[in-house]
Design a protein around this ligand. Structure first.
Ligand code: AMP
Length: 514
């Protein structure tokens, strides 16, 4: 089964609260803290004594809820909400979550963070059986599976549906009587349970949202777990024991907010350690270190501290350029970068600069930054990247869509250096990344998913498999076979055929980066 990768990639933020008189307003505050996880749309569903009411729309949370009456209308002491980041193929309001389903035996709201690897085949099978979908998001699939399950109770139906979906998922559901969170068997996305002083329970994608509403962390939800919150408190069960933590390393590198803790590891501190390690691995003589705002400031401080160089503010980010305004064409993307960043001439003129960025995807940002700094008079520009080269796509919910878009998939470090026009370029090693994050889980790569760097995916790729293999060159395929054999990633019969004979993937540009 082949699938257009761009249509279904999603990165999102989830927040829910149970047992607070101002539940929808708290959910608004929680989602506000998670806005960096998605700016394309937002929604909240509240629950007043079993009556579910929702509001959703396109754009930033402040736009969707610009009319105060919308929050006031969402009455009840329970609510769940969602902020959505999606790529160009699926930007309609129909895809904005939470989805609210009205059934004869009760309403259910559902939202999702992540990306399913077998969504297209499940959806096709469900449609063939008569299911009708309203969105092209993969979230709806779970509800169809729940409704079609022949198990006797809702929890059993949910568990069997969770066993059928593969890939990366953190689900948040609200029934009339409970709020439920569930995580995939690898825990690709973070999900944390918190408690407020009044006894209300909160579920959130990141702990920064717990802090925003004054909730204390109770526990991180682990791979394969389901947490059920109702008027009796919370209970945690499992729907599978076949689990192995592989949390997305991009959450630590780029995506999560620096004040969040993921499995007890503070994101800012992890980035700082990445920067310090990078200084040891990739030293260079220079006058100062500057970080690309905002996501690389932590790593820059680590690099500067470890190298004994001043950490200067050589680049300024215009905080008011919303990601949504940056259109997905290369030309406009470059325009977007220009709108977003300026060099501080008075700081960088005549200086040898080390620029720290957290990652290179297409190379557009780095190229533009090098040019900006040279135009502002920098005498040397040395790029240092606080992660290894991104060479493989993500199938679990981070917008690193196709191999062909990733500059490091086809170019060596020296070729990338030449393309971006830097005096030198250095990346953090994979070991350096794993050590710096320091998760130390008894699982491959210390409990991290690092597939974007080495192609070792923790799960089968299902619908993506053929297209992914077809996008690889022969040496890469041969190397990945070793991983695949060890971990049953690809189907044996498909390895037997030459994947290069399948058509190459269509490359549709996805939106520019935030
Ligand atoms: P590019 O210009 O395509 O090389 O993108 C690199 C920039 O995008 C870096 O400054 C990163 O901070 C940022 N970035 C990395 N990964 C992502 C992602 N998945 N979504 C949005 N932005 C990203």
């Amino acid at each position: 089964m082949s699938v257009e990768l761009e249509d279904i990639h999603e990165e999102c933020g989830l927040f829910g609260v149970w047992g607070h008189p101002d539940a929808s307003r708290l959910t608004y505050f929680g989602l506000h803290a998670l806005q960096h996880r998605g700016q394309e749309g937002a929604g909240i569903v509240s629950n007043e004594n079993g009556k579910l009411t929702g509001h959703r729309g396109l754009g930033l949370l402040t736009k969707v809820f610009s009319d105060e009456r919308e929050i006031a209308r969402l009455r009840g002491d329970r609510a769940i909400g969602h902020v959505r980041y999606a790529t160009s193929g699926s930007t309609g309001v129909d895809n904005i979550q939470p989805f609210l389903f009205r059934f004869h035996d009760g309403d259910i709201a559902l939202c999702h963070n992540g990306n399913l690897t077998n969504c297209v085949s499940l959806r096709t099978a469900l449609e063939d059986e008569g299911a009708i979908f309203h969105s092209n998001s993969d979230t709806e699939v779970l509800m169809h599976l729940i409704r079609r399950s022949d198990k006797p109770t809702f929890m059993e139906k949910l568990k069997s549906a969770l066993m059928a979906v593969h890939g990366g998922f953190a689900y948040l559901l609200m029934t009339e009587h409970a709020m439920i969170g569930a995580l995939d068997p690898n825990g690709f996305r973070p999900l944390s349970l918190g408690r407020m002083t009044n006894g209300a329970y909160v579920l959130a994608s990141e702990t920064c949202a717990l802090d925003t509403v004054g909730a204390e962390l109770v526990r991180n939800i682990r791979p394969g777990e389901i947490v059920v919150i109702d008027d009796d408190g919370y209970r945690i069960t499992r729907y599978t024991d076949d689990t192995q933590l592989a949390i997305c390393s991009m959450e630590f590198i780029y995506f999560a907010r620096p004040d969040s803790n993921i499995y007890g590891i503070n994101v800012h501190s992890a980035r700082k350690r990445m920067g310090a390690r990078l200084a040891h691995e990739q030293p260079v003589e220079a006058d100062m270190v500057i970080g690309v705002p905002n996501s690389s400031l932590s790593a820059a401080s680590g690099y500067a501290e470890a190298s004994g160089l001043p950490n200067e503010m050589g680049l300024i980010k215009n905080q008011y350029v919303a990601r949504t305004f940056i259109q997905p064409t290369q030309e406009l993307r470059e325009q977007g970068v220009r709108m977003k960043l300026s060099a501080v001439r008075g700081v960088v003129k005549g200086k040898r600069i080390i620029v720290i960025d957290d990652s290179i995807v297409r190379g557009t940002t780095s190229k533009r930054i090098v040019r900006l700094l040279r135009e502002a008079g920098a005498s040397e520009v040395h790029m240092r990247i606080s992660s290894p080269p991104l060479r493989y796509p993500c199938f679990y919910g981070i917008d690193i869509s196709t191999t062909r878009e990733l500059i490091a998939a086809t170019k060596s470090a020296e070729e990338i250096r030449e393309y971006i026009g830097a005096d030198s370029l250095g990346f953090l090693s994979l070991d350096g990344l794993i050590d710096s994050i320091g998760l130390h889980e008894n699982a491959p790569y210390g409990g991290l998913c690092v597939a974007y760097f080495n192609g070792d995916y923790p799960t089968a790729l299902d619908d993506y498999e053929q297209e992914f293999l077809a996008s690889l060159g022969k040496p890469d395929r041969a190397r990945l076979m070793t991983y695949a054999r060890e971990r049953s990633i690809y189907h044996d019969n498909e390895f037997a055929s030459d994947p290069t004979t399948t058509p190459a993937p269509t490359v549709t540009p996805s939106p520019a980066h935030a």
